[in-house]
Design a protein around this ligand. Structure first.
Ligand SMILES: [Zn+2]
Length: 267
């Protein structure tokens, strides 16, 4: 069997079955919280698709595998991961998708953080989904399908990576109050005091980031009043900040540094 393992085993099996059978789903949308492994799984899946040997996992020996590892495979196309996804990137992708694969039997395109496509980019992507290029597999990743236009979502097979949502309870109400305050009202020195408070232990920092993300996502859906102060653009840029903070934490930067950096960038 292949080695793509997800929190939800059914979804991992779904990806591995495609590799085993060679019968691929053209458009997939990987959804789930940042840091949960969407991108790693997308790359792992792409490598398995491009590999010459159908063993379920990349053999690491064939020329396709070597090109993937070196980051130079001409049939593995990647867009996104650097903020807003502009139309020029999607146009370029579009062009190469309709060309035959150079080296492997398929082309695989990964659009990371696809919710950061501009409206124009999303429309161009929709055109591709409506006229599927042959022998192409397109994977979009996003923390939440609600952040993408329904027209794009309805044409994609959703692969759910699950979410670790911090539920609001009586015991952790304070963390949500503080998270709202950091976004809205407080003075700079008060915010810095909170960075101190929530960086005492790593799990606490993670909870605080999860609370922030929960509040920002609710705001996008109009489920709280944060959007009276924040434009949608601002909310998305803060969501990106939260995602970056999580990455910093994963890379073992101190909680205090991570939260202070977030606060400074909040402006
Ligand atoms: Zn291989």
């Amino acid at each position: 069997m292949g080695n793509i393992k997800l929190q939800d085993k059914r979804q991992g099996t779904y990806l591995n079955q495609q590799i085993q059978s060679g019968d691929f789903t053209s458009f997939m949308l990987f959804v789930g919280q940042t840091g949960i492994g969407k991108m790693d799984s997308a790359l792992e899946f792409a490598a398995s698709v491009l590999c010459d040997n159908v063993s379920g996992e990349p053999c690491q020996m064939c020329s396709n595998c070597k090109l993937v590892v070196s980051g130079n495979h001409p049939d593995l196309l990647q867009v996104g991961g650097e903020g807003t996804i502009k139309i020029a990137s999607i146009r370029e992708l579009q062009k190469s998708l309709y060309l035959k694969p150079y080296q492997a039997k398929h082309k695989v395109a990964i659009i990371r953080d696809s919710h950061l496509m501009t409206e124009e980019s999303a429309n161009a992507m929709l055109k591709v989904l409506e006229e599927p290029p042959e022998n192409c597999i397109i994977i979009l990743t996003s923390p939440d399908k609600k952040l993408l236009p329904g027209t794009v979502v309805s044409r994609s097979q959703i692969v759910n990576f699950g979410t670790v949502i911090l539920q609001k309870t009586e015991d952790n109400e304070e963390i949500f109050v503080d998270a709202v305050n950091i976004l809205k009202k407080s003075q700079f020195y008060e915010k810095m005091a909170m960075a101190q408070k929530y960086s005492k232990e790593k799990p606490l920092t993670v909870d605080f980031l999860n609370a922030l993300e929960g509040i920002l996502r609710e705001a996008i859906l109009g489920e709280n009043d944060l959007n009276s102060d924040y434009s949608e653009r601002k909310i998305i840029s803060v969501l990106e900040l939260v995602e970056k903070s999580r990455e910093y934490l994963k890379n073992n930067l101190s909680g205090k540094f991570v939260l202070e950096n977030l606060i400074i960038n909040l402006g």
